[in-house]
Design a protein around this ligand. Structure first.
Ligand SMILES: Cc1cc2nc3c(=O)[nH]c(=O)nc-3n(C[C@H](O)[C@H](O)[C@H](O)COP(=O)(O)OP(=O)(O)OC[C@H]3O[C@@H](n4cnc5c(N)ncnc54)[C@H](O)[C@@H]3O)c2cc1C
Length: 442
């Protein structure tokens, strides 16, 4: 067994690195083991095409704070600014909705602000909450009470609702309803008609973001405090001796001893694969097996020669995201497919241009386009992503063509993945790189 440490951390995602840095700063001898060759887990900034980089699983800017460009089926675009005093674009489509937007946004922000501290709380033990946990909850409760009776009732009523019902109370214009409902389903295994999706919407408006340099800063702080990091090493199992953790075994056969092993891999991998079932109580094991944590998102990264010929920023120059999902029913149908283990034939897409925030991620004048594709269940009912990738499924064709057409000017196809259409594209049209479409799934 190789040299002992005080603690071994499995995985170098943000959580693993934060834990390792804190332990190292407290004077512990720490070793981080990462199976990949880059540090940062899903937050790692990686080159996906020569000269083009991106952090595929991390938004560069807080999701709910960015302006959103909404393509409208008649070929026009509507900019939803995310600010209550900027509803002119919406009012052009339906004056009534513009006025409602001005009313609703401040309420939404107020309520989201009151529940925001929940995001920083360690989830309490429901059966036996500790005093500190109760104190934390009490503080959140006080913030909510300060909202006043009207907003408190709103919160109680909105939280359990389906986001489709909530936006229907606010707006009439269907593309606006769908765009406003999107944060309720973003990165979840929920559809707009799922109960509780309205709470997800509120939490999105409450949440911040991890800045893109977080992983690098954590690695630097870990190393400064004397922590060690090894990449390209996969932990095969956690070793147990006399009922106590004694270290880890790597897939290479090497064993490393430590009295403490912190796994920053996901709970199912940690408890069902790294640890032998004999060490866990049957009831606990059953709960872990039934824990639903299936991913529903795929990321498509494209290296662009130029930005597409559409408004990519709002009138104040703030980079916008593009929402693709014109109706609530469209979003629900996209979700339906994933319930039955299939990817959506017509998915909900959230398109952004991270290089507008981080110009160093693309060569000068060029851009990175990041497409959040939902729903793409991690586990497919028929086959898996590798075997299905080799089929020429019409569904995949629909996905890519839909994305490209919607990014064209006025809804027309400016360019496409299909070779015949690509020949016709205008010279300023973006050039896709498919490499990451094949390899970006976690
Ligand atoms: C598609 C997607 C989009 C997201 N978008 C955002 C966003 O916009 N903003 C945001 O804040 N969060 C986002 N998240 C969530 C974000 O990725 C996580 O909050 C955060 O990065 C998770 O960090 P982590 O340390 O828990 O896990 P991870 O980043 O997953 O790190 C786990 C690490 O463990 C390693 N590992 C696993 N098993 C082993 C093993 N056996 N041996 C050695 N190493 C191992 C993995 O290689 C990985 O590096 C997104 C997640 C996904 C999947």
């Amino acid at each position: 067994m190789s040299g002992s440490r005080d603690a071994i951390i499995v995985g170098s995602g943000l959580n693993g690195l934060a834990c390792a840095a804190a332990l190292a700063q407290a004077g512990r001898k720490v070793l981080v083991l990462e199976r990949r060759h880059v540090l940062g887990g899903r937050a790692a900034v990686e080159e996906f095409h020569p000269g083009f980089r991106c952090a595929p699983a991390l938004d560069v800017h807080a999701y709910a704070e960015q302006p959103v460009l909404v393509p409208v089926p008649d070929g026009r675009w509507m900019m939803v600014h995310g600010e209550s005093d900027r509803a002119a674009d919406i009012a052009t489509f339906l004056p009534k909705d513009g006025a409602r937007y001005r009313e609703v946004m401040p309420v939404l922000r107020r309520i989201a602000g009151a529940i925001a501290p929940v995001l920083a709380l360690t989830p309490p033990d429901i059966d036996h909450p500790a005093a500190g946990e109760l104190w934390g909850l009490l503080k959140v409760g006080r913030g909510i009470k300060k909202l006043g009776q009207k907003d408190m009732y709103r919160l109680l009523r909105w939280g359990p609702m389906a986001v489709a019902d909530l936006v229907a109370e606010w707006f009439e214009f269907e593309p606006l309803r769908a765009a406003m409902a999107a944060p309720g389903i973003h990165a979840t295994a929920l559809g707009p008609w799922s109960a509780g999706s309205a709470l997800t919407l509120l939490l999105h408006h409450a949440g911040g973001k991890a800045p893109t340099g977080t992983a690098d800063a954590l690695v630097e702080s870990l190393k400064k405090a004397g922590g060690e990091v090894r990449t390209g090493v996969e932990v095969a199992s956690v070793l147990v001796k006399d009922g106590r953790v004694s270290g880890v075994a790597l897939t290479s056969g090497e064993e490393i001893s430590a009295p403490v092993v912190v796994s920053a891999a996901d709970p199912k991998r940690t408890l069902l694969r790294l640890l032998a079932p004999a060490y866990l109580a049957p009831d606990f094991l059953r709960k872990v097996r039934n824990f639903r944590c299936n991913g529903t998102v795929a990321k498509l990264l494209l290296a662009l020669d130029a930005l597409p010929d559409i408004p990519t920023c709002d009138s104040r120059g703030r980079p916008a995201r593009i929402h693709i999902g014109p109706e609530i029913d469209y979003l629900e149908r996209a979700f339906d497919a994933s319930k039955y283990g299939e990817f959506s034939a017509q998915p909900y897409l959230d398109v952004s241009f991270p290089s507008l925030h981080e110009p160093s991620w693309a060569p000068q004048g060029k851009h990175v386009m990041s497409v959040h594709v939902q729903y793409a269940p991690y586990r497919l009912r028929n086959g898996d992503w590798n075997s299905r990738r080799e089929e020429p499924p019409s569904e995949r064709g629909v996905l890519i063509r839909y994305l490209l057409e919607t990014c064209g000017n006025g809804g027309n196809a400016a360019w496409s993945a299909a070779p015949a259409e690509r020949r016709n594209r205008r010279r300023r049209a973006p050039r896709p790189s498919w490499t990451s479409a094949r390899g970006s799934r976690p």
